[in-house]
Design a protein around this ligand. Structure first.
Ligand code: UT7
Length: 319
């Protein structure tokens, strides 16, 4: 299977809505500062017993049901997350168990921070077979669990949620994707649970901002070059939803029209690995991403990591 198509999307969102004014009760900030610097208006946080695993299961189930694909034809389940509930078992194993997927398929979590979903698409493509040509790729985060609510430079930016896609392995066209990383502990870090270090997310926002603004156009150009395509051939560009100003700056650098660059951070904040699949799901539900369209997903984030993938959307509800 050289290529993949998106055939269905799903999402699962926590129930607690937290506005910028709510954040201003916790730290010295304001709705005006957050909106003007990031484009974020509100975010959703897990409450009570809601977990990353619950969100991942909900999003994967939603996508699988909407695809109509029988569980016997699913060849892999990958969950991209930097906030798993467990180091082991992997979230993906629990998702597979809940959904009743076959037991002889690889299911695992993938750690590439906010680029994890794009990495997951590329990895899924390599695992699909003619016998089991479908894969589930999930991005799921409960970032509110690792935010330092005394640090205004990070806690106002992030939110929780999960999005998922079902991909279909196809012989042709090949998947056009570029992935990369450069090790940088200071740009964004989050210690694992067994390191005895603090388990808050820490970030040098300016450094990540500069990295993202350079990386998005480069990534888009490289994917398009590989596909012998231009931006005119792409119906939607879905970038990781970290900051509206990052996307706007990348659009300016590309000299592109902003209309095809989808943005929804206003309602969710930065949901890490979940932000791209949540955006894809919104586009599908709103009838804006339709069968036959091409979508270019672009991720960037901790690692530092980046990745871009050009994928056709071809809905094929089978039931
Ligand atoms: O998912 C990938 C990881 N994350 C990102 O992609 C984030 C990338 N970075 C960014 O989005 C931006 O760098 C931020 C939104 C984090 C910060 O925006 P900025 O325009 O780079 O602001 P800044 O760091 O230069 O801070 C400007 C001022 C500072 O005050 P002084 O030093 O000028 O007096 C900050 O202390 O804004 C202050 N500030 C705040 N003020 C009100 C920082 N955070 C806040 C806040 N509310 N929440």
């Amino acid at each position: 299977m050289n290529g993949i198509e998106l055939c269905a999307t799903g999402c699962s969102l926590p129930t607690r809505r937290v506005t910028n004014d709510d954040m201003a009760k916790l730290v010295d900030t304001s709705d005006e500062w957050i909106r003007s610097r990031t484009g974020i208006g509100e975010r959703l946080f897990c409450q009570g017993g809601e977990t990353t695993t619950d969100l991942a299961i909900g999003a994967a189930r939603d996508a699988l049901e909407r695809s109509g694909v029988p569980v016997s034809q699913v060849g892999t389940c990958i969950v991209a997350t930097m906030t798993p509930d467990w180091a082991s078992p992997a979230t993906a194993c629990l998702v597979a168990q809940e959904l009743g997927l076959a037991q002889d398929i690889p299911c695992f979590d993938l750690s590439a921070a906010c680029t994890g979903f794009v990495y997951g698409l590329r990895v899924a493509q390599g695992l699909l077979t003619p016998e089991r040509p479908y894969g589930i790729v999930v991005g799921a985060e409960a970032l509110s669990r690792v935010l330092d609510f005394t640090d205004r430079t990070t806690c106002v930016l992030f939110g929780d949620g999960a999005g998922a896609v079902v991909v279909h392995g196809v012989p042709d066209p090949p998947l056009h994707a570029v992935l990369g990383s450069v090790g940088d502990l200071g740009a964004l870090n989050l210690a694992g649970g067994n390191t005895a270090r603090e388990t808050y997310l820490r970030m040098n926002g300016k450094e990540v901002f500069r990295f993202a603004v350079q990386t998005i156009p480069t990534c888009i150009r490289r994917v398009l070059d590989e596909a012998h395509a231009s931006l005119e051939d792409v119906d939607w560009v879905v970038c990781h939803q970290a900051n509206e100003r990052i996307i706007d700056a990348a659009v300016r650098r590309l000299g592109a029209s902003p209309t095809r660059f989808y943005k929804n951070m206003e309602r969710y904040g930065n949901t890490g690995a979940a932000s791209i699949p949540i955006a894809l799901d919104e586009l599908v539900r709103q009838g804006m991403l339709r069968s036959g369209m091409q979508v270019l997903c672009v991720g960037f984030g901790g690692g530092l990591t980046w990745g871009g993938a050009l994928i056709p959307y071809r809905h094929q509800k089978r039931s």
